[in-house]
Design a protein around this ligand. Structure first.
Ligand code: 3HC
Length: 701
């Protein structure tokens, strides 16, 4: 392996530059190179001061996440940090970019820290289910005090350089590039013209132990008040910060290390790592390498309902100019007022400045004719979910839009190839499936139709990045990735409903698993009529041999279509948002069972979860086999970013890997004895099991 570290010695100063693109992750090679360079500088009599810097876009952004879960390779990051901390020659850390995780711990081991103005500094380990494991929990509170240190480590949110200077995390912010400033300081120190560190630590020595302990008590209380689930990492961080006060430094370090080792091996941390890597993988599209996205500045949104207004708001947040089109002046005014309300709420909550709102509002235009879209680069339709309506609209858009403009549909289920065929330019047509509310929900399914041009797909990914969405590529089929899995999930729970479970019991079981809402709570919120319309659309295609649960249809026929009607699976007395259980719904379900001759049986929460997860994973396998998703982690990401699947469980495919493919396949086989058509395990299960492989093996790098 090439040495990713370079050393230059001049005027008594050794400048050691780490160079491991793209983010200088502290891989084994980089650690070994850095340690060797430090040792050489210590042995070199010409060196009095060491400057540690990083090449490229950033100071190390952390330990190398890909190394977790593999056998450790020497030297460890704590060894490297300890060598820096113990160095008899002062080490100055020259920070720029994102000094995160192990990267910030490396800087904490130095005698002092300089940072460029745009640097962000943080310890985001908690978002990966772990804690800073290279001395961070010990050195940070000693430097900046327990209260600030706990906020940074349990929150995981990076701070700006200005804030870091305020709390004493960096000694100085440099006007321009950090390296020349750090080298000048090093020369001054070598010549006896400057003392190091520049700023005294806020907490060292003078720290008030009573205040320190109070900060710990407060942090414990705040964690206990957080909504469940209570993942272990934040609590262990507090324990480590307490240890920093109560134990000698080397024992505190050992305490931190043990906690780190324990957390890094936990299933929650494995799932969170998987989610992190899944996000990066989904953004990488090897077949689009070298394909330039089309220009994107002016966007049209057709339809100003909840979805259209949300999409328009998301576009504005990315600095795009938006023309919103509605069928008449009243509907247009309602659409624009929806955008204004979203902005108002964001300003009231402090999520947006008044200036940003003005700037966004200055870029919205309204129109009642699609002719107004003639000059746009992209149009997204968010009209009624009806194929004939969408096909007619696309034919009109085709006539109006300039050559090269992209036509996107926000359909959740419909066949985009058929919509594209309504135009003379199917290569410019793509699916952009947003999730409601579109300005909030992270997920964007990019649905690539048969004839979609590569640069149109590349533009969709560039757009997603610009508006801060998590984009996942999908192929055309009924429901794409997410809604197909959702349908399988609901089918499995509907079977259980008919077999003996109540909707409330099912919701509790899935909330207990970690979903924010159970499937019937979600249905009530979204409106039962949406899935009913879909069932009616698909009724002519349904295999009569398939088991069909009609409970949802019965509720719709009774007008119990969810929250907005005051009742669905739950009742919402006087517009309450939290539903209460409804005996009439239970009676309706009981009548349905009786009509089908089903004798209700007891169903446990464990069985509900087991069946729900098996159904999701089995549908995921079918989606993979059909080439609708590129890899299992894309499926997981869709569920995590768009459907409330708990991130710390990693998604249905990761969950199946953890449960064991043989176990899940055997469950599917057992369930298939009751209902072959739905539960039959897809072929890939056997192929993977035979070859000792897992879904993770299909993800690639
Ligand atoms: N380890 C390994 N690879 C990493 C990495 C890490 N810590 N951080 C980023 N990368 C990789 C990404 O996978 C991606 O790879 P790819 O190009 O092959 O897809 C590449 O670097 C670029 O990353 P992004 O696409 O995320 O680039 P952005 O510019 O959008 O973001 C970033 C850069 C802010 C640094 C972001 O990548 C990030 O937040 N990284 C993770 C930071 C982190 O969590 N650090 C703590 C790690 S745990 C730790 O340090 C433990 C220690 O206490 C012992």
């Amino acid at each position: 392996m090439t040495e990713p570290v370079e050393t230059r010695v001049a005027d008594g100063v050794a400048t050691i530059t780490l160079d491991n693109p793209p983010v200088n992750a502290l891989s084994a090679g980089l650690r070994a190179g850095a340690l060797a360079a430090i040792e050489r500088a210590l042995a070199d009599p010409a060196v009095a001061v060491i400057v540690l810097a990083a090449a490229g876009r950033t100071w190390p952004a952390g330990a190398d996440i890909r190394e977790f879960g593999r056998p450790p390779q020497a030297p460890s990051l704590p060894e490297l940090c300890n060598a820096i901390a113990a160095s008899p020659k002062p080490v100055i850390a020259a920070l720029h970019g994102t000094a995160l995780g192990g990267g910030l711990e490396l800087a904490l081991a130095a005698r002092c820290r300089l940072a460029e103005a745009g640097t962000r500094l943080g310890l985001p380990e908690v978002t990966l289910g772990i804690l800073p494991g290279a001395g961070g929990t010990q050195r940070l509170p000693r430097l900046i005090g327990a209260r600030e240190a706990l906020a940074m480590m349990t929150g995981g949110v990076p701070v700006t350089a200005a804030r870091a200077a305020e709390i004493g995390l960096v000694d100085r912010i440099t006007e321009g590039a950090v390296l020349p400033a750090a080298e000048a300081l090093a020369r001054d120190h070598a010549a006896g013209r400057a003392d190091l560190p520049l700023a005294p630590a806020r907490a060292a020595g003078g720290a008030d132990p009573a205040d320190y302990l109070a900060a710990i008590t407060e942090a414990r209380a705040a964690l206990a008040a957080r909504p469940a689930p209570h993942l272990p990492a934040p609590g262990r961080i507090v324990d480590c910060v307490e240890a920093a006060l109560l134990l000698p430094e080397d024992e505190g370090m050992a305490y931190e290390r043990a906690a780190f080792e324990e957390l890094v091996a936990s299933p929650e941390a494995a799932a969170l790592r998987h989610a992190f890597l899944a996000e990066r993988r989904a953004a990488r599209q090897p077949d689009l390498a070298g394909v330039s996205p089309r220009k994107l500045e002016r966007v049209g949104v057709v339809g100003g309902g909840l979805m259209g207004a949300g999409i328009a708001t998301a576009m504005l947040s990315g600095g795009l100019t938006v023309t919103l089109v509605e069928r008449d002046a009243t509907a247009l005014a309602a659409g624009l007022s929806r955008i204004a309300t979203i902005h108002e709420r964001a300003v009231a909550r402090g999520q947006m400045t008044a200036e940003a709102r003005e700037a966004d509002w200055g870029r919205v235009h309204g129109a009642t004719e699609i002719g107004a879209l003639a000059g746009t680069d992209l149009v997204i339709e968010a009209v009624f979910e009806d194929e004939a309506v969408k096909i007619a609209l696309f034919a009109d858009l085709d006539r109006v839009l300039r050559p090269g403009a992209i036509l996107a549909t926000n359909t959740s289920y419909l066949d985009i190839n058929r919509i594209a065929a309504a135009t003379a330019r199917p290569e410019d047509v793509i699916g952009l499936h947003f999730f409601s509310p579109a300005h909030v929900m992270k997920l964007l399914e990019i649905v690539v139709a048969d004839q979609t041009a590569a640069d149109v797909t590349a533009t969709a990914f560039a757009l997603a990045r610009r508006i801060g969405k998590t984009a996942v590529r999908a192929g055309v089929c009924d429901g794409f990735i997410g809604n197909r899995i959702l349908t399988a999930y609901r089918t499995a729970t509907d079977f259980l409903l008919e077999d003996g479970a109540s909707p409330y019991q099912i919701d509790r079981a899935m909330v207990g698993f970690g979903f924010p809402l159970g499937p019937y709570q979600v249905l009530d919120m979204a409106g039962l009529e949406i899935s009913w319309a879909r069932r009616k659309r698909l009724a002519p295609l349904r295999d009569p041999a398939r088991r069909y649960v009609a409970i949802g249809d019965r509720l719709c026929k009774a007008g119990w279509i969810g929250q907005k009607a005051g009742r669905g699976y739950y009742r919402y007395p006087e517009g309450a948002r939290q539903g209460v259980e409804d005996p009439e719904v239970l009676a309706l379900i009981a009548a349905e069972r009786e009509a089908k001759g089903i004798v209700p049986r007891a169903v446990s929460a464990a069985e509900i979860r087991r069946r729900a997860l098996a159904a999701m994973a089995n549908e995921g396998v079918r989606i993979l086999e059909e080439g609708i998703a590129r890899c299992p982690s894309d499926i997981d990401l869709v569920l995590l970013a768009g459907y409330g699947f708990p991130r710390w469980r990693g998604g249905p495919m990761h969950s199946a890997d953890r449960a064991g493919l043989l176990q899940v396949r055997n469950d599917l086989r057992a369930f298939a004895r009751e209902e072959e058509l739905f539960w039959r395990p897809a072929d890939l299960w056997d192929e993977l099991i035979r070859n000792g492989r897992h879904f993770a093996d299909l993800n690639g790098a």
